[in-house]
Design a protein around this ligand. Sequence first.
Ligand code: DON
Length: 557
Amino acid sequence: MRKNLLVCLVIILNFLSCESNKPPIKAAVVSARIEASKIGIGILEKGGNAFDAMIATDLALAVCYPNAGNIGGGGFLVYRKSDGSVGSLDYREKAPLASYKDMYLDSDGNVIEGKSTIGGMAIGVPGTVAGLYEVHNKLGTLPWEELVQPAIDLATNGYIVTINQANSFSSKRNDFVNINGEETLFAKEFKPGDTVINIQLANTLKEIQKNGKSGFYNGIVAENLVSEVQKAGGIITMQDLDNYKPIWRNPIEFSYKNLKITSMGPPSSGGICLAQMMKMIEPYDISQYSHNSLESIQLMTEAERRTYADRSEYLGDSDFYPVPVSTLIDSTYLLKRMKDFNWEKATLSTNISAGPNLWNESDETTHYSIVDQYGNAVAVTTTLNASYGSKVYVENGGYFLNNEMDDFVSKPGVPNMFGLTGSIANSIEPEKRMLSSMTPTIIEKDNNLFMILGTPGGSTIITSVFQTILNAYEFNMDIQESVNASRFHHQWLPDLIVLEPDKFDSELINKLISKGYFIDEKASRIIGRVDAILVNKDGVITTGADPRGDDAAAVLR
Ligand code: DON
């Protein structure tokens, strides 16, 4: 017994001394798959910067994480360069030229179930390849060919199916077969430990490697895409592809105590909503209540409720609709919004309606965070929307196409896949971008880089980012604990606090119920999968990869 204890002690001491003997972390990539994180670090090892690593990591995810990593979808980049300057790139999908406001309604004006979520009509014009190529042109340092090569190698040599991934493939296999037939790559039944080799995707990536943006938006790859979309009943044309352009946009910047937070603006709601929630709780000094206590849940829920009500009414693509950005994040306005908050009684959301499909999708979007050895920081969230998007698979190209059109409002008041409702601000128009919740975020503390984070999770993205920031900053958790901590979510409608199942004790739940809150613990699923990096005041880098998935960090020392 004594001997065993001694052995254990020696092992622990050894482990601790190894950790402390390791050289400090100079750079880190945290993503949904270790293969992608390592590929990002490989680029940094070659002397590339965070933007070079972004491109290689992103394309690697398109290969080994095909439910969300993509070339057939879109995303957002938020960055902070080592000199402190910040910016953002919008490479969100767009509505096709032939789209129109009521395209998902039948002749009686009712939403046709599934039309905006599955099959050809659900697909928005993809933005990812244009976005990555734009990042390369403006901010990259290594040759494009070198950044694409690791993903080509990964597609050619294959990647190993994890347990989570085998479950994900098999849960959607029927859809793949129904939409694409029995013969496509993902109609096969993959088991954990199997290797997936995707030669078609390797060939598509070679076209992109050779011809940059036009390797995807023109020529054979584009022709295959259009023909597959049209076969699946969709309306995307060669002209849609040729017209696609990513847009550099001013990010949303706001302060919270001594933090300066930079996040994505429209067409994402992420930055504005995060600003609203943080500014609404700022006067209350939440750190006086403990993490996930009755008081902190009440305060955050009431801020979330009010924020999502505004989202529904005011937010959409600001190139098409006058989003009142500065009013929405104005401190005086937000103070007023919390005026009727009452510690004794929940504020009721009006018109309670249960979004029937609220929680039946998971793992669809993906986020990665990068800090390089030069001090540049990159936060990217990218998506096909649902898992494997529209399920339409471009067979000759080896990739899935998004179903991002569901992020538009099919009909005012009718909830989308995430239970979100909206207004004319987010109605469908040709070439308009659909409203997103993606919230890639970078935070400075006392003028130094402090946090890089983001997450998938549809409507729960913004509240997951909100909680993770507070965990680290207000509740003094390390970054891994901040990511691991149990999460909850409220989005105004339906009027429910959704809790991660079996994580919150019944006494707390009963107290919330007694104050008039409605609780949903059963119907819920994983809320967010945050991948984050924290840099402390001494410049020490730590990583938080979400244990809810296969997420993993790779580092450079
Ligand atoms: O842009 C959006 O907000 C959604 N398309 C994101 C989808 C998503 O996060 C799905 N992941 N769980």
